[in-house]
Ligand binder design. Structure first.
Ligand code: UDP
Length: 389
C-alpha cells in the first residue's frame, strides 16, 4: 500500500506518541508495538484528555499499550486545549524526540503539532487526509491543522490521499498505509460472523451535535426506541457525555424499557457485539471502520463523514438528526440495510480501511533512511532568484 520512494536503510528514531482518547489508544497500540519491535525508542504519553478510566487507562492496558508518561489536567474543561498544549511543549522540550507521531483529530493533535513545530521537531500524522467538509466540526479543523504541520502524512486510503494532494501536500510526503484500527481487529482474532448468527442493532452516540442539543437528543432517543420496536433488540452502550445529557433531559428524552442500555463496554466485548449485530447505528468514526471490517452495515447519524469509503460502497448511509424527518429517514435506512439482500451484499464487501499491516508499514517507513529528508525541517533559500511557485 505505502508508496512514495523505496524504503531503504534502517534508522532507530526517538518517537514521542501522545494520545488522549479511547480511539487513539485502540489505533495507536499496534503502531507503538510495531515501532518498538523494529527498535525505535518510543515514549507514549497519556495527555489526560479523557477523564474516565474506562475511556482511557483500562483500554490501554487491555490493548497492551504501556504508558510512559501520564499527564493529569485540571478539571477546567474550557481550557483543555491550552493545558494539553502547555504540557506538550514541556514534554517535547524534555524528550527532544526525532519525531512526534499523533493520530486523528482530537485536541491532542493540534496541541502536539504546534508544540513539536515550535520546538523544531517534525510531526507525522496518522489517519491523515480524512475530510468531512463540515465547517462546524472542530475535528475537521484539527485535521487540517495537523496536515498543515506534518512532515509525513500516513493516509488510510487512496481517497484520503487524494484530499491531501488536492490541498497541495506534496505526494512524496503521503503514504497510504490503511487504518491501524484494522490492525487491532486482526490482532483480536475475531472475524466475520455468519448472517444467521447475527441479531439486533448496536447503537452508540456521543457527538456534541447529536447529544448536547435537546431536540436532537430527543430525536435520538425516539429513534432508538423505534429501532427496538421495528428492527430488532437494541444494545446501547452509553458514552459518559451522552449519559450526562440524558440525565439532564429527563422525561424529554427517555429510553424505553425494551432498549438494553449499559456503560461503555470493554473494547473486546464491544467488537464482539458489533460483529454479531445486523446493524450499527452510530455517530462514531472508528466504529464505521470496525463495522466495515466485520461486514456489518451502518446508519451514520451525521450529515457528513470523513470516512466516505463506506458510503461509496453502499455499506453505510448518512442520516442527520437535524430535523424531525431524520428519525423516519434513519428508520427507513435501518429497515433497508437489514433486509436479507442488503445483509449479504454488505457481508460480501472487502473492508476499504486497511488490511491489518498499518503499524508495520509505519514502522518500516520511519525506519527507512529515505525518511531522513522528509523529517528535516528546511529553511529555504530563494536568494538566487528562484521562486517557490
Ligand atoms: N468502543 C469501545 N466500547 C464502547 C464503544 C466503543 O471500546 O462501548 C470503541 C470502538 O470499538 C472504537 C472506539 O471505541 O474502536 C470508537 O471510539 P469513539 O466512538 O469514542 O470515537 P471516534 O471513533 O468517534 O473518534
Amino acid at each position: 500500500m505505502s508508496q512514495p520512494g523505496d524504503i531503504t536503510g534502517e534508522v532507530a528514531r526517538r518517537v514521542l506518541v501522545p494520545f488522549g482518547t479511547r480511539p487513539e489508544i485502540i489505533k495507536l497500540a499496534p503502531v507503538v508495538r510495531a515501532l518498538r519491535a523494529d527498535g525505535h525508542h518510543v515514549v507514549t504519553i497519556d495527555t489526560g484528555q479523557h477523564f474516565s478510566s474506562n475511556m482511557s487507562s483500562e483500554i490501554a492496558s487491555a490493548l497492551g499499550l504501556s504508558v510512559d508518561v501520564t499527564e493529569v489536567l485540571s478539571s477546567e474543561r474550557d481550557d483543555r486545549l491550552g493545558q494539553i498544549h502547555a504540557s506538550a511543549t514541556r514534554l517535547v522540550r524534555e524528550y527532544q524526540p526525532d519525531v512526534v507521531l499523533a493520530l486523528g483529530d482530537t485536541d491532542t493533535v493540534p496541541a502536539y503539532v504546534l508544540a513539536a513545530r515550535r520546538n523544531s521537531v517534525p510531526f507525522a500524522h496518522l489517519e491523515a487526509g480524512l475530510r468531512s467538509f463540515n465547517e462546524r466540526s472542530v475535528e475537521e479543523l484539527n485535521r487540517r491543522v495537523a496536515s498543515a504541520g506534518s512532515s509525513i502524512h500516513f493516509a488510510p486510503t487512496e481517497r484520503s490521499r487524494s484530499f491531501l494532494l488536492r490541498e497541495g501536500i506534496s505526494s512524496e510526503r503521503v503514504f497510504v498505509v490503511g487504518n491501524s484500527a484494522i490492525d487491532s481487529l486482526v490482532a483480536s482474532g475475531l472475524g466475520r460472523v455468519p448472517l444467521d448468527e447475527r441479531k439486533g442493532v448496536l447503537v452508540t452516540a456521543h457527538r456534541p451535535t447529536n447529544v448536547d442539543d435537546p431536540s436532537r437528543l430527543r430525536r435520538l432517543t425516539t429513534l432508538i426506541n423505534e429501532l427496538s420496536q421495528q428492527v430488532g433488540p437494541v444494545l446501547f452502550p452509553v458514552h459518559p457525555r451522552t449519559e450526562r445529557q440524558l440525565e439532564l433531559a429527563g422525561a424529554d428524552a427517555r429510553l424505553s424499557k425494551d432498549v438494553t442500555r449499559c456503560a461503555p463496554l470493554d473494547y473486546f466485548e464491544f467488537i464482539d457485539h458489533l460483529r454479531h449485530a445486523r446493524l450499527v447505528v452510530t455517530d462514531s468514526g472508528g466504529i464505521q471502520e470496525e463495522a466495515a471490517y466485520f461486514g456489518v452495515p451502518v446508519v451514520i447519524l451525521r450529515g457528513s463523514t470523513p470516512r466516505w469509503e463506506g458510503v461509496e460502497n453502499g455499506s453505510a448511509v448518512l442520516v442527520a438528526l437535524a430535523h424531525d424527518d431524520g428519525v423516519s429517514d434513519a428508520l427507513a435506512a435501518a429497515t433497508r440495510l437489514t433486509t436479507v439482500d442488503s445483509q449479504s451484499q454488505v457481508a460480501a464487501l472487502m473492508c476499504p480501511y486497511g488490511d491489518g499491516t498499518t503499524g508495520q508499514q509505519v514502522a518500516n517507513i520511519l525506519s527507512s533512511s529515505t525518511s531522513d529528508v522528509l523529517l528535516t525541517l528546511l529553511e529555504p533559500d530563494y536568494t538566487n532568484g528562484a521562486r517557490p511557485w
